[in-house]
Design a binder for this molecule. Structure first.
Ligand code: ADP
Length: 182
């Protein structure tokens, strides 16, 4: 059973690693970004509300995210483990998650912080070419990351849950380091 939170800036490679590790350990990979993108594609009420924020590189409001995460963690496949990718992204979300996990009588094994310098992120994201991967939107997402998400590093350090990983390495090396950790 593994329960991991993947933390890090956009383009850090969280999604790629989360997918592999989730498959290996037979636990769901829960990516709030992916859930939101599929809601946008399906034009659901959630998608319509989230779309403008996402296209501007802003975080979507907590009221749209918190219920979604709670419902997802309550699904049967998440009872025996999960990898959370892209959530929490603010201290408020982290506090919400802490309460939710206590209620579910679950604890997270590690919060894995992917460290990648900004310059490397920008070139990776520009190469990816998603709708929110234009240079101006990327710059905004990085700014939002530094202001709203980076404070979670200290938050989880204080709780002795943080494990940092150098994300500026080949995919296989990062995967190896993650496996060693688990
Ligand atoms: P990336 O890590 O490349 O920025 P994600 O797929 O994690 O991409 O997220 C894409 C977008 O979805 C974010 O820019 C944001 O608008 C929205 N989003 C995803 N997760 C959250 C979250 N936990 N809180 C608020 N907004 C979120």
């Amino acid at each position: 059973m593994v329960r991991l939170i993947f933390l890090g800036p956009p383009g850090a490679g969280k999604g790629t690693q989360a997918q592999t590790i989730a498959q290996m350990h037979h636990v769901p990979h829960i990516s709030t970004g992916e859930i939101l993108r599929s809601a946008v594609a399906d034009k659901t009420e959630l998608g319509l509300k989230a779309q403008t924020y996402m296209e501007a590189g802003e975080l979507v409001p907590d009221q749209l995210i918190l219920d979604l995460v709670e419902a997802r963690l309550n699904q049967a496949d998440a009872k025996t483990g999960w990898i959370l990718d892209g959530f929490p992204r603010t201290v408020d979300q982290a506090i919400f998650l802490e309460t939710l996990l206590a209620r579910l009588q679950q604890t997270c094994d590690y919060v894995v912080n992917f460290e990648v310098p900004d310059e490397a992120l920008v070139s990776r994201l520009l190469g990816r070419g998603r709708v929110d991967d234009t240079e101006a939107v990327i710059r905004n997402r990085l700014e939002v990351y530094h202001q709203q998400t980076a404070p979670l590093i200290g938050f989880y350090q204080e709780r002795k849950q943080l494990a940092s990983i150098d994300g500026d390495q080949p995919i296989e090396s990062i995967n190896q380091r993650l496996n060693d950790l688990i």
